[in-house]
Design a protein around this ligand. Structure first.
Ligand SMILES: Cc1cc2nc3c(=O)[nH]c(=O)nc-3n(C[C@H](O)[C@H](O)[C@H](O)COP(=O)(O)OP(=O)(O)OC[C@H]3O[C@@H](n4cnc5c(N)ncnc54)[C@H](O)[C@@H]3O)c2cc1C
Length: 423
């Protein structure tokens, strides 16, 4: 049995950062990655552009982590978004900040981030072994002793061979369960549970929502900008977001929907009634819109309603509105009743869609839930239960809003773990 100072399980951003930092301190480190290449998910982040962090001030940054903010405070203080940008600058990757403080590589390519990170890790002397899934983490008397893994028995054959690697320290950086094709299949939860860690309820987060009736289906492909979307749980407003969304064949997606999904998913899991209300015209009040509709109907009194509606709704929405409201499209403007004008106003200001479900881990950007934070020391990322066991990244019960916060979370926790493993 060959021995290492540290075995890192998982070659995503958290694992790569932890491995590189520990090796830079002189530790003998091996990184075990189950896919044939490391950082597959990192390579598709930010729609292939990699939104690696955010320029938000500390308090806003922490707020993005919601319930995990307290746990993250130390890690984000030790390795901040500024530190991450400098780190990549040293590797030759310039970054630029865009709308909402979102930071991307100037080259606008996630591949540049992956390549430079993996190269740096190798330069630190880390041995990266791919196609090496870890099956168990071994411990004796509350101390880490190594890992059990599978590896190819021969490069030219497909069979896998069981193997044991010895080490006093292990970092679990296996990610969550979202986008399983990238290798993140939730293995870390079982590995940690096997060592006595508790795992909080795990479910898809930042995930598209499924709507109950055919409205979204009929509007599929339509994207809306500058709208206000609100989530109502059992009739009470729970959350709201302003920005962009889109209709799909199953329901709704886009930035503001993904952000609102957390509240919706939690409520759906408790069998509560969830409704999405979309305000297409948040800049005007109900009474202003009422006047505007009435004025327009009079001014265009001879025109057919179907043509007047172009002033109020996106083209794709017009037949769906007419159908759902049961108004005759040929009605002249002057004949549109007050009740029908109200239907138009409510469609514009409170387009309500019942949410019946959410899409699976295959479409979720991140996983909510994971290794219970109270069992991990936030200053070192070491387990409070097993000596020599560390965690980094999404395997922990942390999840943040969109905007680069999740990757920063993975890098910061990886940095802390890599700098805390004893030499
Ligand atoms: C489509 C998409 C776009 C995203 N865009 C952004 C974005 O722009 N900005 C942002 O901040 N966040 C984004 N995220 C979220 C972000 O990618 C994750 O939060 C981040 O990758 C988590 O890093 P990690 O290192 O903890 O885990 P992962 O990146 O999931 O890496 C875990 C690694 O562990 C390996 N592994 C798993 N089990 C084992 C095992 N048993 N043995 C060995 N190896 C194993 C996996 O193969 C994988 O390589 C996006 C996510 C998705 C799915």
């Amino acid at each position: 049995m060959s021995s290492h100072d540290l075995i890192v399980v998982g070659g995503g951003p958290a694992g790569l950062m932890a491995a590189g930092q520990a090796a830079a301190r002189g530790l003998k480190v091996v990184l075990l990655e189950k896919k044939h290449l490391p950082a597959r998910k990192l390579g598709i982040t930010g729609k292939g552009r990699c939104n690696l962090t955010n320029t938000a001030q500390v308090n806003d940054f922490l707020r993005a982590f919601k319930a995990g903010a307290n746990f993250m405070r130390f890690a984000l203080g030790r390795f901040s978004s500024r530190d991450l940008r400098l780190f990549f600058q040293d590797l030759g990757v310039e970054t630029v900040a865009e709308r909402g403080g979102r930071v991307f590589p100037a080259a606008q390519e996630a591949g540049v981030v992956v390549k430079s990170l993996v190269q740096w890790v190798q330069q630190q002397g880390v041995e990266i072994r791919t196609e090496s899934p870890v099956k168990r983490i071994l411990s004796e008397k509350g101390r880490i002793t190594g890992v059990a893994l599978q590896e190819k028995s021969c490069p030219y054959r497909s069979g896998l061979k069981d193997k044991i690697l010895a080490a006093k320290n292990v970092v679990i950086a296996t990610g969550g369960s979202s986008y399983p094709a990238t290798g993140s299949t939730g293995d870390g939860y079982a590995l940690a549970a096997d060592l006595g860690h508790s795992i909080t309820d795990v479910y898809p987060a930042l995930v598209p929502l499924i709507t109950a009736d055919d409205t979204a289906f009929r509007l599929q492909g339509l994207s809306l900008r500058n709208v206000l979307a609100e989530i109502f749980i059992q009739g009470r407003k729970e959350a709201q977001e302003f920005g962009e969304m889109l209709f799909t064949h199953f329901g709704v997606s886009g930035p503001i929907i993904l952000t609102l999904s957390k509240a919706a998913v939690q409520a759906l899991n408790q069998n509560l009634e969830v409704t999405l209300s979309i305000d297409l015209k948040p800049a005007v009040s109900h009474s202003q819109l009422k006047q505007r509709i009435s004025r327009t109907m009079h001014a265009q009194g001879r025109k057919k309603l179907v043509n007047i509606l172009k002033d109020f709704l996106p083209l794709k929405m017009i037949p769906v509105f007419l159908d759902k409201s049961g108004i005759d499209p040929d009605t002249p403007g002057s004949m549109v009743s007050a009740a029908d004008q109200k239907k138009l106003r409510l469609w514009c200001k409170e387009l309500r869609l019942r949410i019946s479900g959410y899409r699976s881990f295959h479409e979720a950007i991140i996983t909510s839930g994971g290794v219970r934070l109270s069992q991990v020391n936030p200053r070192t990322m070491e387990s409070r239960l097993i000596k020599g066991l560390f965690f980094a990244g999404e395997v922990l019960d942390i999840d943040a809003d969109t905007g680069g916060f999740n990757l920063q979370g993975a890098f910061s926790t990886g940095w802390v773990a890599g700098n805390s493993v004893p030499a």
